[in-house]
Design a protein around this ligand. Structure first.
Ligand code: NDP
Ligand code: 8X3
Length: 264
């Protein structure tokens, strides 16, 4: 696996010097996958990180354009081992901190301790581990954009949203804090808070129960992964002096977290 990564890395470095580069966590599905495809189409180099390597390898890249990093964002040591050689040799324009998940929608009383731990470790600690590794390189470059994905669930409470929502409220706060730390270095930090989007998110949340997952998106038009890819592209291509700090991106039919206008 390490050897494959090194080969890809060598190909990337030899094929292009001036290519813009984005590191995307959670690039194997949903927002991350669509964003990777979009940036690859636009000629950027993509460093694609997630646990499912086969999904990352299915991204449509030209030779030398894609660096695949199969890794769990909860694994601080693994991240360091895999990302450091890449960061040492590749300049980075954008970090898209997108990997995350919800694993239940129940009351606190009925909550599962292991699922809470996984959500907290992935959504908060994982984002911190990746950011901590990347920030020194962005500071040296004195430019770059970090885009974090929080959620409407971190801004408004809904029934059963408790721990997932709290992890996303933490992402929103971390985004503000990182913005203060990094502004002196010309580094932007943006926080995207999407509403309901039809990705694998609900399948994961409801443990592969397809009927329950589908139900979330029936009767209205939810966001699509490409909608978020478009937003990331927009944020990455603003002039250096413009930072959009927060974006709440909702389906038109969902004016707030708990309200969805369904036709049927
Ligand atoms: P998907 O389930 O389609 O994608 C989630 C991505 O996160 C996958 O690529 C998955 O990859 C990756 N991931 C999960 N756990 C880990 C881990 N431990 N290490 C590395 N990668 C991991 O969902 P979305 O695209 O919808 O979700 C993307 C982000 O958007 C998440 O943070 C989610 O909370 C947030 N969000 C989603 C909304 C929605 O309605 N869909 C709305 C608001 C926010 P793999 O399994 O291969 O590791
Ligand atoms: C996902 C959006 O409202 O389903 O973060 O929790 S919601």
């Amino acid at each position: 696996m390490q050897a494959k990564l090194q080969v890809l890395l060598r190909q990337c470095l030899s094929s292009s010097i001036e290519m813009n580069t984005i590191l995307i966590t959670g690039a194997s599905s949903g927002f991350g996958f669509a964003t990777a495809e979009h940036f690859l189409e636009q000629g950027w180099r993509v460093i694609a990180l997630a646990r499912r390597e086969e999904k990352l390898l299915s991204l449509s890249a030209k030779e030398g354009q894609l660096i695949v990093v199969p890794c769990d964002v909860r694994d601080a040591k693994g991240l360091e081992e895999k990302l450091t050689p890449i960061l040492e040799t590749t300049s980075l324009d954008c970090l898209f901190n997108n990997a995350g998940l919800a694993l239940e929608k129940v009351s606190v009383e009925d909550g599962n301790l292991d699922l809470w731990k996984t959500m907290i470790e992935t959504n908060i600690q994982g984002l911190l581990y990746v950011s901590r590794l990347v920030i020194p390189y962005l500071k040296k470059q004195k430019q770059g954009t970090i885009i974090n994905v929080s959620s409407i669930a971190g801004r408004e409470a809904y029934d059963g949203g408790n721990v997932y929502g709290a992890t996303k409220a933490a992402v929103a706060l971390l985004s503000k804090s990182m913005r203060i730390e990094l502004a002196p270095y010309g580094i932007k930090v943006s926080d995207i808070a999407p509403g309901a989007a039809d990705t694998e998110f609900s399948l994961v949340r409801f443990h592969q129960d397809e009927k329950k997952a589908k139900q979330v998106y029936i009767g209205y038009t939810p966001l699509m992964a490409q909608d978020i890819a478009n937003v990331v592209w927009f944020l990455c291509n603003l002039p250096p002096h413009v930072c959009i700090q927060e974006m709440v991106v909702m389906p038109t039919a969902q004016p707030e977290a708990k309200v969805v206008f369904k036709k049927n």
